[in-house]
Design a protein around this ligand. Sequence first.
Ligand code: MLT
Length: 256
Amino acid sequence: MTANSDIRIEVFFTPKHVEEMQLKDKNVIVIDVLRASTTIAVALYNGAKEIIPVGSIENAAKISGNLLGDVTLRAGERNAKMIEGFNLGNSPLEYREEVVRGKSIIFITTNGSGAIVRGRYAKKLVVAAFVNLSSVVDYFVRLSENVTIICAGNANNFSLEDAVCAGRVVNELKKKIPGRCITDDAAEAAQALDKSFGRSILKLLKATEHGKYLCEIGFEDDLVFCSKQDILPVLPLLAGSTVRLATEPDRKTLAG
Ligand code: MLT
């Protein structure tokens, strides 16, 4: 791709209609604001060695059987609650430095981890949420290639928070690469959703189906954390079958 060629941006509001092989050789962004993407960003920021996303509990058990217990954590959720026998749930607030530093984290969630696994043949796959949005946008500005954004959604249904985050990524890319981005209809719709609902992300999260459910079961503080834009300057990148930091975060830039 030459320096001034067009950049095509496409958005999928759920992973349902995306086949693994369709993503081969594409540059992919996976978004699961509540909460898998946010949790991955904070785990890596706090020093986790790697996140190993898996699609099923059986696979999580198989993989952890081959890894050393003291450097491995099993993490994730079912119905947003910690899985029995696991070390961690999916609340970003659990992934404190003293808990995750140096650890390999086997990670299974209802939607987010599966969406990442589906993108395993992508040319590049980056995990995004509001907390690390600018790091992801800046990376794709530098890359200057076509982008496919996949919203993890909820049980193969549309999630407003992921769509708004996708729209914000598209809006920012268009701002930073003026005149070169060509968007599909879903990307246009996502941009419009960001413009209508994106003024207060916390208010938005509290109004979403999954946000309301998380509040009902006691995770209101997670919504506050997930709503903060750009507090984690990290770029979680899939390398083989694990998600790792592309570069070390600049800790001085941590805000809020
Ligand atoms: C998911 O992957 O479905 C979510 O992150 C669910 C959750 O809030 O734990």
